[in-house]
Design a protein around this ligand. Structure first.
Ligand code: AMP
Ligand code: TRP
Length: 334
């Protein structure tokens, strides 16, 4: 049986990925490369929906690639590339835009949230068509699965709708990606506000653990994490959101179950527990930071690796695009 095709993408909008990205999504990327045919892209074109200094975007794109390699993506086992290196993404996006309803695109919650916050005058059209470019990212590679978090469910549904619509209207070109989104390994919350998701857009970074944080910074953030009333180390999301979040993090990082951790730390104080979780985190994150720095030091090697990735991606993408163009009646050149 041939391997299932997996595709996912992440935006290079920040210098560092955070622990939520890592435990909620990226760790799974590493798992999927083992027994599926995985395509992973850093979606730099999507990042243009947020105005960024060009030098910064360049740096963040490379930093994103380096971090993905540092956490364990292996170019021998997966295809890792940058979205803008494969022109078919934009080309297919245009075709899909022409079969997407205006209202349909307007119903995407991420767009609604962002445009409501910014107002229509400060909202660019790219933000509106963003999910259609994402659909193109996925459909081009005939992906069976798209490992993403819950927040992306609606975009995957749109992708399925557009793929099916095209197939019915013109020709069976696209594989329709599986409806079920692979469950996150863990939902990680902010250390300072354990009822809110750990997020790059938090008002303060004090509760956000970044993969490129120094060991000292990580320890400091864990030590000052918000805990709860009482003193028992017990998983109780409602009553003890702070301790539960720390248990979730420790479990996801160490591979131990929450039950085992509760037993291990029974009778210990919150202070001790926080230090222990910090140590577990440092042990995982430190090598990732060091490896990222090493990779960043050889830009030529990174670019070569990305070129190889883009070559492989282009082969698959250009075949799909050619089938799409033929189905639409666009005349071949030559
Ligand atoms: P973002 O670029 O912030 O949307 O994050 C990229 C991916 O990381 C999302 O699709 C989620 O799957 C995952 N992710 C982000 N934040 C968290 C979190 N706090 N806990 C778990 N997963 C997360
Ligand atoms: N929109 C996704 C996010 O914010 C990123 C993304 C772009 C993506 N293209 C994709 C994810 C294709 C999966 C597949 O997380």
């Amino acid at each position: 049986m041939s391997k299932k095709r997996v595709l996912s993408g992440i935006q290079p909008t920040h210098d560092s990925f955070h622990l939520g990205n890592y435990l909620g999504a990226l760790k799974q990327w590493v798992e999927f490369q083992k027994d599926s045919d995985a395509f992973y892209c850093v979606v730099d074109l999507h990042a243009l929906t947020v105005e960024t200094d060009p030098k910064l975007l360049e740096k963040r794109t490379l930093l994103s690639v380096a971090q993905l390699l540092a956490i364990g993506l292996d170019p021998k086992q997966c295809t890792l590339f940058i979205q803008s290196h494969v022109p078919a993404h934009n080309q297919l996006a245009w075709v899909l835009e022409c079969i997407t309803g205006f209202g349909e695109a307007g119903r995407m919650t991420q767009f609604k949230d962002k445009s409501q916050k910014g107002g229509t005058d400060r909202t660019n059209v790219g933000l509106f068509t963003y999910p259609i470019l994402q659909a193109a990212d996925i459909l081009l590679y005939q992906a069976d699965f798209v490992p993403v978090g819950e927040d992306q469910r609606q975009h995957i549904e749109l992708t399925r709708d557009l793929g099916q619509r095209f197939n019915n209207k013109y020709h069976e070109v696209f594989t329709i990606p599986a409806p079920q989104i692979i469950k996150s390994l863990a939902k990680i919350n902010d250390l300072q506000d354990p009822n809110a998701k750990m997020s790059k857009s938090a008002s303060s970074m004090a509760g956000v653990i970044e993969l490129l944080d120094s060991s000292d910074a990580i320890i400091k953030k864990f030590k000052s994490s918000v805990t709860d009333a009482g003193k028992e180390i017990k998983f109780d999301e409602q009553g003890k959101p702070g301790i539960s979040n720390l248990l979730t993090i420790a479990s996801a990082l160490s591979g131990k179950t929450i039950k085992d951790l509760e037993n291990e730390y029974a009778g210990k104080g919150y202070g001790d527990f926080k230090v222990q979780v910090a140590e577990i985190a440092v042990e995982v994150i430190n090598p990732i930071r060091i490896r990222t720095q090493e990779l960043m030091a050889d830009k030529a090697a990174l670019l070569q690796l990305l070129k190889d990735g883009a070559d492989k991606a282009n082969q698959v993408a250009s075949k799909t695009l050619a089938d799409v163009y033929t189905a639409l009646g666009l005349i071949k050149n030559g």
